[in-house]
Design a protein around this ligand. Sequence first.
Ligand code: 5GP
Length: 207
Amino acid sequence: MSSPEKNLALLMILAGPTGTGKTTLCDGMAAKYSGIQRVITCTTRRPRDGEVNGVDYFFLSQEEFDMKVSKDAFLEHAQVHNKQHHYGTLKSETLDKLSDNCDLAMNIDVQGVAAFQKAAENDALLKQRLVTVFLMPRSLEEIEQRLIDRGTDDREEINRRLASAREEMLLWDTYDFCLISGSKEEDFSKIESIWKAEKQRVTRMVG
Ligand code: 5GP
């Protein structure tokens, strides 16, 4: 009888409306488990107070972003929140790292997840490693309150994000998991459970 030979790395993607704490959950996983890296994505939006280039995002000018698009450096890229800013995930930060068997956690918007799901259809490595989790807020009012409490967006931006949230919430059933958001601790514990269970999947222990 053969025994488990491998422990293949995972790419866990968290998506869902703004204000559900996706970034904090990814950071938390990377902080608690030294083997997990948070994927740094690219954006053309300006850094918020306290955000650091190369840590929170790769903050790019529109020209730098367009150059990466022309070089086919992105696995996916999209305009998020009513076409305000560009965001993109580098192949070097995802596919290359998975090839090196590095465990990854990341958060992107629902368009990004759809692009990953499509890419996985023709990419055996990605298909074997991808786990998608939708974070469902309990209500739109709760998101609005979280955005107000965060204090980083003006009213116009909050309205834009709420409009995106409404549309994103329709897509929950295209994910592997849907987590109804509770307290930060509850959400983190559920994400950990999903991660641990997915690491034991037999399809990730063989060739
Ligand atoms: P924020 O501007 O608040 O940091 O992020 C706005 C949204 O962009 C969030 O939903 C975040 O998950 C998403 N996002 C961040 N990076 C990427 C990316 O590389 N691709 C896509 N499609 N969405 C991203």
